[in-house]
Design a protein around this ligand. Sequence first.
Ligand SMILES: [Zn+2]
Length: 430
Amino acid sequence: MTSASKFDYDLSGIDRIDGIPTVGQTLTFQRQLATIQTSYTCKYEHAGAHGWSWIMCDDAHWLAKRGITNVVATPTEPGPYTGSTHTHKFKYQLDVKNYDEYKEHLRNSLKAFATCFTEGLFIDLETDGQIIGYSPMQIYTHIKTNFLLPRDISREITKTRSDLKVAYNPDDIVQIYYKSIQTSKLTLAALGDPVTDVEIMRCAFETFEVQSDLKEACREWDRQAAPPTWARMMVHFSIEIQRNRTDPSKLKLQGEANAVLKQVEQQEEKQRLQSECMVAQTDTINRLQEQLTAVQYEQQANGAASVNGSLPGRIPALISTGLTQESMEAMFKKWTATQAAGAPATDRMTGKERKKKKFGVNFIENDLPNAERSKRRYPNSTNYCSSHGYDISPDHDSSNCKKRNANHNEAATITNMLGGVTTNCFHHNA
Ligand SMILES: [Zn+2]
């Protein structure tokens, strides 16, 4: 039994991660844990307004936080008391108290890892089932190096970099825009690809530049003599935006600009509907053509038997035999009439019918629970997909899957499923 703790982290705000974590899940965990750590005041130098969240940050990530210019030195154990004055004694007591708190935060952070990640994920780091002797940051690094694919990380970096260019919505207060930029900045730092304030200022400027009512504010920003900083830029545009909101002449201009924008949007919506309509029409035409081909084929086969006296079912050498333009049109009319009369529709196939059509008479149904089947649909395929399991098409696997579930892992194979689904896997080596 460990000594009673002064406080415990409330882990209800942290998502549990099942199986191998993805980059997104790992970042979310770090963010959620940092939120808890930030809520406790930290007395160590340079911790600033961010509490104990430095425990879960490497230097680049920490220095990206607002108002932070220095790293927090790793606390050291105060050791036995050697002072002689009251002042010494007071300082020593404070050191001991701070160090105890530090230990407590380490313990709570490790508990967060143990609670939120799947058991066994840290097996390499464990001694007697406990993660001992590692800092939270070392464990986090262990996750990053052992489970996250470099390709997934670079994809996340690309996505977050494009999030930096998110448009500022004039209907929101500008602080919402600043916050999303700040979040991207922290995420990029956590991913090991920190972004500079100069880049952030460039993105923000490009966003503000296209706002008709911020033209003047942009020019003014360009004209200033002092070297620009992101902190000053935020204040500058914040004030300008607030000024515009209360300026009647600007409001009128903005109203007109918005009216034009609305018209453009309506036009776009109209075009979108039109193109959707065209897609639906093309679909119907394609289906009709398929039906017509089938009817023609049948007619040719039957006609051949009577006209040529050849074997029934044979396709005649001459396509035109026994089939005239008129008879085809008549058949087509008859077919469209039955369709219209509400005869059993053959043009709207269910998923099962579509599969039957694709696989023919050999279609193997999922005759077992949980979408599994007792007979193999692709007996010659040894492919495996993290989201779809085994017995899948030979051109489908974890790396190219088009319908991935949340825990999809691109590296998963039938011999190393990495927490992927087990659907139909019993067929492997069966
Ligand atoms: Zn798949």
